[in-house]
Design a protein around this ligand. Structure first.
Ligand SMILES: [Fe+2]
Ligand SMILES: [Fe+2]
Length: 165
């Protein structure tokens, strides 16, 4: 049986992953409203990935005999001032998620829950990628600015993102 502290932390992480999905889906909708279809596509894939993250934790909890208690998910923002602002928010959000994952790794270690500690290594690696991809786009927008020509070029680029199987 899974330790109740670890169980609580994992339930909370399920909520955070679903919130991430909500946030990126809201960003996708906002991009679509700006006719930035490539950005919208990129964010929709991101949102789908976050749902998968939530479900990965759900399955782990379930396999370990933990009780899954789904929590309320906050409404994400629906308006942003600029594309630059959206990506820096996404990057900051991913940094917070990394922090949260790291805390659960530490908790699992303290509680001697080896299975959860090993399970979370996948998320530790995933967060490196998540931070890198949002950071790269944020940096690009900071450096060259989010003017219309830049956004149209980036829109074509981001529209090529494929979802991992
Ligand atoms: Fe995630
Ligand atoms: Fe993420």
């Amino acid at each position: 049986m899974i330790n109740s502290k670890v169980e609580g932390a994992l339930n909370d992480q399920i909520r955070k992953e679903f919130y991430s999905s909500y946030l990126y889906l809201s960003m996708s909708a906002h991009f679509a409203s700006l006719s930035l279809k490539g950005f919208a596509h990129w964010m929709k894939i991101q949102a789908n990935e976050e749902t998968k993250h939530a479900m990965k934790i759900y399955e782990h909890l379930s396999e370990r005999g933990g009780k899954i208690i789904l929590q309320q998910i906050d409404a994400p923002p629906s308006e942003w001032k600029s594309v630059k602002e959206m990506f820096s928010e996404a990057y900051q959000h991913e940094q917070k998620v990394t922090e949260s994952i790291n805390k659960i790794v530490e908790l699992a270690r303290t509680e001697k829950d080896n299975a959860t500690e090993v399970f979370l290594q996948w998320f530790v690696n995933e967060q490196v990628e998540e931070e890198a991809s949002t950071y790269e786009i944020t940096q690009k927008l900071q450096l060259i600015g989010d003017t219309a020509p830049v956004l149209f070029m980036m829109d074509a680029e981001l529209g090529k993102r494929t979802s991992p199987s």
